[in-house]
Design a protein. Structure first.
Length: 281
C-alpha cells in the first residue's frame, strides 16, 4: 500500500485531466468573497522535478504535460492550467511539474485554507519541506486521508473542495472511496468532491463509476479521457476519469470545449476518446 510514489507518474495524462479540473473548481470557489477550504486526501510530495531519476524512469510526463508545453491556440481552461505550470518553469524549459497541493495553493486567498494528507513517510517529509513557509494557511498530516477526512467535515466555512486520488494499488481502494464519499456527503452535503480514478480492464475499475452514480447524489459530473485503446493483454492504464459531486455549473460547458482538444493532443493511438456525462437538478 505504501509503495506508490507519484514522482514516477508526475505530469502524465492523468495529472493533466485531474489538475485541469482542480484549477477550474478552485478558481470558481474563489469568485465569491466567502472563504473556502481545499482538502487533498492523497497529496504526494507537492512538487516534482521532471529530470529526476524517478520521473525519467517512465518519463510519462512526455506524453502528458510535455505535449501541451509548446501547444498554441488552447481553450481558455487549458491555457490557464498551463500558465500555472509555466510559473514553475520561468525559462520556458519544462523541468518541474506542480502537484495538486501547489496548484491548490496558487488559487487560495489569504482567508482560505488548504488541508493536506499524505501517508507515505518519505513523501510527507518532502511535502513539509516544499510548504514549510506557508504558515497556518496549510496544514499537513502524515496520515490516511480517507480516514482523516471524517474529522474535517463539515469545514468551518461550509465551502470546500475535497480532492480524492488514491493509488488504487489494491482492490480495497475502490470500495474505500465509495464508502468515504457516502459518509462525506452525509456530513457535508453541499461540498464539492472530485474523485480521480484509473481506467483499467479490471472489474473494480470498470464498475466504480456506476457505484458512484448509485450514491444518490443529485448533482454529479463524470469525465473520462482515454489516450489509447485498452491493451489486448488486459493490462495497463489506458486513461483516467474524474467523478465530481456538486460540480460548478461552469465545469460541464468548459469540458465540452476542452476535452476534444485534450484528446487530440494526448492521443497515443486511434483508440483515444473522451466521455462526458452528468446529472443535475
Amino acid at each position: 500500500m505504501l509503495s506508490y510514489r507519484h514522482a514516477y507518474h508526475a505530469g502524465n495524462h492523468a495529472d493533466v485531466l485531474k489538475h485541469l479540473i482542480l484549477v477550474h473548481i478552485a478558481q470558481y470557489l474563489g469568485e465569491k468573497p466567502a472563504p473556502f477550504w481545499i482538502i487533498d486526501t492523497h497529496a504526494g510530495a507537492g512538487l516534482y522535478a521532471l529530470e529526476s531519476a524517478q520521473a525519467m524512469k517512465l518519463a510519462e510526463w512526455q506524453d502528458g504535460i510535455g505535449r501541451l508545453w509548446q501547444a498554441s491556440g488552447l481553450p481558455p481552461a487549458l491555457a490557464e492550467y498551463l500558465d500555472f505550470v509555466k510559473i514553475l518553469n520561468p525559462d520556458a524549459s519544462l523541468k518541474h511539474y506542480p502537484g495538486s497541493p501547489w496548484l491548490a495553493q496558487q488559487c487560495l486567498r489569504a482567508h482560505d485554507r488548504l488541508r493536506l494528507f499524505e501517508l507515505h513517510s518519505s513523501d510527507a517529509r518532502i511535502l513539509r519541506e516544499n510548504f514549510n513557509r506557508s504558515g497556518r494557511q496549510i496544514n499537513i498530516s502524515e496520515s490516511d486521508g480517507l480516514a482523516g477526512l471524517k474529522a474535517l467535515l463539515p469545514p468551518p466555512p461550509r465551502r470546500a473542495l475535497v480532492l480524492i486520488d488514491p493509488s488504487y494499488e489494491t482492490a480495497s481502494d475502490y470500495g474505500n472511496v465509495v464508502k468515504t464519499l457516502q459518509d462525506a456527503v452525509k456530513r457535508f452535503a453541499t461540498g464539492t468532491y472530485a474523485l480521480w480514478y484509473p481506467l483499467l480492464p479490471k472489474r473494480e475499475a470498470r464498475e466504480l463509476p456506476q457505484r458512484l452514480q448509485r450514491l444518490g447524489c443529485r448533482n454529479w459530473l463524470n469525465a473520462t479521457l482515454e489516450v489509447r485503446a485498452p491493451a489486448g493483454n488486459g493490462f495497463g492504464m489506458y486513461g483516467s476519469g474524474m467523478f465530481i459531486i456538486n460540480p460548478p455549473w461552469t465545469l460541464e460547458k468548459t469540458l465540452h470545449t476542452t476535452l476534444p482538444v485534450l484528446t487530440r493532443l494526448l492521443a497515443q493511438d486511434e483508440g483515444a476518446r473522451y466521455t462526458l456525462e452528468s446529472q443535475g437538478d
